[in-house]
Design a protein around this ligand. Structure first.
Ligand code: RBF
Length: 167
């Protein structure tokens, strides 16, 4: 799944729905805080650039990425239109990182399958800190920006699909 030629901050403004009035929850892991803080800033800034009011963005922290699933599962019950889960898992000397990534990925995917509020995957999984920096506002862009645009598009998707079902 190469992203060599894909800058995570690139998006076509013409394809982004108007986000005025959208409410977005963001759950952020404290582990690798320098990275997750950059991802959070990117997400917030991109949401606001596209019309989301600062007061309509709710940010909560959890200790590590493994806790993102619980954090997101609680956040979806608060009346937000979408939840972005932000974390950064960097490969270590043991396989622990792989278990965390599997748990978070499965947990967030499951949340999307069993309830109505879209949950956006903002987990960076890298081999080292440089790769993480590259994707948190570095040469590959900022995955937080990508998550913000995905959240807006998924909220719009849900609104449209509900309209179509009523017809
Ligand atoms: N949390 C992260 O968000 N990123 C990591 O890279 C990370 N690495 C970990 C490595 C080890 C060996 C352990 C024990 C925990 C790590 N965690 C990491 C924390 C994990 O997501 C969780 O917060 C704790 O395991 C408590 O449930």
């Amino acid at each position: 799944m190469a992203t060599k030629n894909h800058n995570l901050s690139d998006y076509d403004i013409n394809t982004v729905p108007n986000a005025v009035g959208m409410k977005v929850g963001i759950v952020v892991a404290e582990w690798n805080e320098s990275i997750t803080a950059s991802l959070l800033n990117g997400a917030k800034q991109t949401l606001m650039e596209n019309g989301v009011a600062a007061d309509d963005i709710t940010v909560m922290t959890v200790p590590g990425s493994f806790e993102l699933v619980y954090g997101a599962s609680q956040m979806v019950k608060t009346g937000v239109d979408a939840v972005i889960a932000i974390g950064c898992v960097i490969r270590g000397d043991t396989p622990h990182d792989r278990y965390i990534c599997q748990g978070v990925t499965y947990g967030l995917a499951r949340l999307n399958a069993v309830q109505d509020v879209p949950v956006i995957y903002g987990l960076i999984t890298t081999l080292d800190m440089q790769q993480a920096e590259d994707r948190a506002g570095g040469r590959m862009g900022n995955k937080g920006d990508e998550c913000a645009i995905t959240a807006i598009k998924m909220i719009d998707f849900l609104r449209n699909v509900k309209c179509k079902c009523k017809m």
